[in-house]
Design a protein around this ligand. Structure first.
Ligand code: PFF
Length: 442
């Protein structure tokens, strides 16, 4: 019996953490960021950051959450107190910022699921598909309507406490999405003219790397792995001491990175084969994939399936973005789950409206040369998450190192051979490298 419980808990946790990590970051953001940042060199930098800093910060979040057994603010307080809970507070604020634009793009996936069956996307002409995306994005009712729909779906899941339902659904649907992404990648790499895209993606050209590239790769690593804002602290707080944390961190990281790399193979070869612009930005996935579907038998069906599954992957991530906010409001502000969810959700929805309008009606408004959506994303991924990551690493490395190592080993249940290397990375490598990259990027 104990054995079964243990297994169920570990699987549930892996699913929740993987459901959080795998989302729009892999399939929407990673390909267009790679396209904007010169291809292969970005991929290499991203993987280096994921395997060093990302993996270490993920394990740090797991250890803090399981040892603290509370929301991010409460977990820091339970372990040490002082000014540290403010680091959790930063994460709660990051949750508001990230979900505001995440929900907008989540809305795009819902819209494209519907467009798949209405035939609005049946073309492989870059001009037609670019224009279809442009028309959609320019209609305020459409973009705000689908942003609202995505937000309501997220809030219903979080408020109703039916998280387990969606996690169970995700357990069946995510493997199907993985399969579909692989099928699409195979279709994409076998298109006429795909070779240039494959070379672009897999052949690093370090002569083109700037600090912006490095900064972008670091931000992408944090965003994609759901790190730096306490999501993984919150999820790990629901854990018992049986689970092997380093092993789980490694599995979630590999799964997430695998998804991103295959998504890159699905998009970038097709971009080159059809003559799209790899640096097109946030629209890239939405204008490229329909062209791939147009080259497949039963393309409309594939398209509908793909965008529906992507919307579900986005929902399991969205739920994880708001969960630290909600658990903070429940634990620390004594709100009910319902009030916390709908209250925070309303604020996040309103924050998202400018992002929703920013590629259409408000496209002339720029912040530091970026659209509002890109600027909000930048603020979250390249400033707030890395800053949160530095604080989490410093906390584990310096403030609670012995406790964290004990937690990472599950109190001796799972000896962790790399514990010293992990603490070394948390003490020195991660804070210095992340701070350095951030400063250079600014
Ligand atoms: N990792 C998610 C994705 O790649 O889509 C996004 C995300 C979830 C970011 C949770 C941050 C977070 F805390």
């Amino acid at each position: 019996m104990a054995q079964r419980d243990h297994f169920a808990t570990r699987l549930g946790f892996v699913l929740a953490a993987a459901g959080s990590a795998v989302g729009l970051g892999n399939i929407w953001k990673f390909p267009f960021m790679t396209g904007q940042n010169g291809g292969g060199a970005f991929l290499v930098l991203y993987i280096v950051f994921v395997l060093t800093i990302g993996l270490s910060v993920m394990l740090a979040e797991f250890a803090i959450g399981r040892a603290g057994q509370r929301n991010p603010v409460g977990s820091f307080r339970a372990l040490k107190g002082g000014a540290w809970p403010a680091a959790g507070g930063l994460g709660v604020i990051a949750g508001f910022v990230i979900l505001s634009f995440y929900s907008v793009v989540g809305g795009w996936t819902l819209a494209y699921a519907i467009k798949s069956v209405t035939g609005a996307l049946a073309s492989n002409d870059p001009k037609v598909l670019g224009a279809a995306f442009g028309t959609f994005i320019a209609d305020p009712l459409d973009v705000i309507g689908f942003h609202t729909a995505f937000m309501v779906l997220t809030l219903v899941i979080v408020a109703g406490g039916v998280r387990h339902g969606i996690e169970r659904a995700a357990r069946i649907l995510m493997p199907i999405l993985a399969l579909l992404v692989i099928v699409l990648a195979v279709r994409a790499v076998t298109l006429d003219g795909a070779a240039k895209g494959i070379a672009f993606f897999l052949t690093p050209d370090f002569s083109k790397v700037t600090w912006n590239t490095v900064n972008a790769a670091l931000g992408q690593a944090f965003f994609s792995l759901s790190l730096g804002m306490g999501t993984m602290i919150t999820y790990a707080s629901y854990l018992n001491r049986q689970v092997n944390l380093p092993k789980t961190a490694a599995q979630v990281t590999l799964l997430d990175t695998g998804f991103a790399v295959i998504a890159g193979l699905m998009i970038l070869p097709a971009v080159f084969a059809f003559g799209f612009d790899p640096a097109a930005g946030p629209g890239l996935t939405f204008i490229t994939l329909p062209a791939v579907f147009a080259q497949m038998p039963a393309g409309a069906l594939f398209s509908f399936l793909f965008f529906t599954l992507l919307a579900i992957a986005a929902l399991t991530s969205a739920v994880s973005i708001i969960e630290p906010v909600v658990s903070y409001l429940i634990d620390e502000r004594k709100l009910s789950r319902r009030t916390a969810t709908w209250g925070a959700g309303a604020v996040i929805w309103a924050l998202g409206v400018p992002s929703a309008l920013s590629l259409g009606p408000w496209k002339d408004i720029t912040v530091g040369g970026k659209s509002i959506l890109d600027a909000v994303d930048y603020l979250a991924s390249n400033i707030m998450l890395p800053l949160g990551g530095i604080l989490i690493a410093l906390f584990v490395g310096w403030s609670v190192a012995a406790r964290a190592v004990d937690e990472a080993q599950s109190g001796g249940n799972h000896p962790f051979a790399l514990a010293r290397a992990w603490i070394f990375i948390c003490r020195f490598v991660a804070p210095v490298a992340v701070a350095w990259v951030m400063i250079q990027g600014l």
